[in-house]
Unconditional design. Structure first.
Length: 191
């Protein structure tokens, strides 16, 4: 929790009451590799901040194929935000790809922080802007870049992730087959 508090303090002046509120609505937990935090079809009430490890969110299409939407590593947030903000059931599954340490927040209580401590508005707006930019960039990359270029960008964004994930996780994130991923890796090895 101290890492998150320090991260917040780098962006704004955190009053002791606000820090106390954050501690009161959070719980730091260690989760095991393979553990599911959110399962498709369930009610979602939590959001998670990763302090160590690697998590991913994914959905399964009508033909049963997995599509990885996000990898969350140290200092990243993860949840099914559509389910939280629309009060619908989860369309995503969030799982731990490694043993991980996370901070769990009740999403509704975390949302109250803006009313109780208005200084958080700019911090949350900054996080939201970063998230939206990241999503838009990912969409543009899927539309404009070939698979090899997307893989290069993936490695820059997640430099150590290959040792924590399976090939099909990466392939599904890039929108390619495992065979295509293998070919790209072979080509890159020759350069």
């Amino acid at each position: 929790m101290e890492d998150l508090i320090n991260k917040i303090k780098n962006r704004l002046e955190l009053r002791p009451e606000a820090e106390e509120f954050l501690y009161s609505i959070s719980k730091e937990t260690k989760r095991s590799k393979g553990e599911v935090l959110i399962r498709e079809g369930q009610i979602v009430k939590k959001t998670f901040f990763v302090t160590s490890g690697c998590l991913r969110s994914y959905c399964i299409d009508k033909s049963g194929k997995e599509h990885t939407l996000l990898f969350a590593i140290k200092d990243w947030w993860i949840s099914d935000y559509i389910a939280i903000h629309t009060d619908e059931l989860a369309t995503l599954t969030v799982e731990c790809l490694t043993d991980s340490t996370i901070i769990e927040f009740n999403a509704k209580q975390l949302d109250e922080i803006h009313t109780l401590f208005p200084e958080f508005e700019s911090y949350q707006r900054h996080n939201l802007e970063r998230h939206v930019v990241s999503l838009h960039q990912r969409i543009l990359n899927q539309l404009q870049l070939n698979a090899s270029e997307r893989y290069d960008l993936f490695l820059k964004q997640y430099p150590d992730i290959e040792r924590h994930t399976r090939n099909y996780h990466i392939a599904s994130f890039l929108g390619i087959t495992q065979e295509s991923l293998s070919r790209i890796r072979v080509e890159k090895g020759k350069k």
